[in-house]
Write a protein that binds this ligand. Structure first.
Ligand SMILES: [Zn+2]
Length: 283
């Protein structure tokens, strides 16, 4: 009898330990107390210069939408999220890339890009806002800067020190463009670690919530991405395809809402007439 009670006690204790471990297992916990700055990276002024240079290179390879109704809508949406982000001092610029791939990315110094294919894939403004919030999260988390730093460290961008010097000195020259080109087309700038992706999701979720959006939009967006990767993976742009599986991202978001943002998925803005108008213009 005694040993049965004892055994039961041990099992109950083990159960408690397992449950405690599960409860503590929140992938977002490590991001909660992080403070953000350019310390250890390029200065903000240099980051902006490099971002502008990368943009010049992107312009050579991509066509940007010029329809002012679309661009000003995406910009207003982006600025609303920026004002509720942890890096609202920076000047952000949002560009719509005329490309059917379902893709979005951020580079350096406030430059954010959304493909028309992604806008077409969304059904509500909150869903689109969740993607833009995620991209702003990469800028807040200095993830592009981290990639520049890593590339520099491992010498995969041998010229970066010289180029950074050229950027600093305000020189114009082929090697700045070469650096920007290496960063973009070598895939080094926008390919982040899985943890960086989780952090961008985490930051984006809070931007979404503080901007008054229904946070369910983010979960729905991951469900859309999951669907597309199951049925038409070739539609996914290279950047989104390299992110953690959409199923995991949806689960992380759902867990966070349940634990910390209860009710935020049943209230707030879902969509708008402007969003519907933009969608119609893209058709
Ligand atoms: Zn990302």
């Amino acid at each position: 009898m005694r040993s049965v009670t004892h055994r039961f006690g041990v099992i109950a204790l083990l159960g408690t330990i397992v449950l405690t471990a599960l409860a503590a297992e929140n992938v977002y916990d490590k991001f909660r107390t992080r403070s953000y700055s350019n310390r250890g990276y390029l200065s903000e002024a240099d980051e902006i210069k490099l971002g502008a240079q990368v943009h010049e290179e992107l312009r050579k390879e991509h066509r940007f939408v010029t329809d002012a109704t679309i661009t000003s809508y995406v910009n207003a949406l982006g600025q609303r999220l920026v004002s509720n982000s942890k890096r609202s001092n920076l000047r952000y610029q949002f560009f719509v890339v005329d490309d059917k791939a379902i893709n979005a990315f951020a580079t350096l110094g406030g430059y954010v890009y959304v493909h028309t294919g992604l806008i077409r894939a969304t059904e509500t403004e909150a869903q689109l806002a969740s993607v833009i919030g995620h991209e702003i999260g990469h800028i807040v988390g200095r993830h592009g800067l981290e990639n520049v730093k890593q590339a520099q460290k491992y010498g995969t961008l041998a010229t970066i020190a010289g180029v950074a010097g050229a950027v600093l000195g305000g020189q114009k020259g082929g090697n700045i463009g070469q650096l920007a080109g290496n960063l973009i087309f070598g895939g080094k700038l926008m390919k982040h670690s899985r943890d960086a992706e989780r952090e961008a999701d985490y930051l984006g979720l809070y931007d979404l919530q503080r901007s008054g959006y229904n946070t369910r939009g983010m979960v729905e967006m991951f469900e859309i991405l999951q669907n597309i990767s199951a049925k038409n993976p070739n539609l996914l742009g290279n950047v989104l395809a390299s992110h953690p599986p959409a199923r995991e991202r949806a689960a992380n978001t759902t867990n966070e809402i349940r634990a910390k943002l209860r009710g935020s998925d049943t209230r707030g803005t879902n969509t708008s007439n402007e969003f519907q108008r933009i969608k119609a213009r893209l058709r």
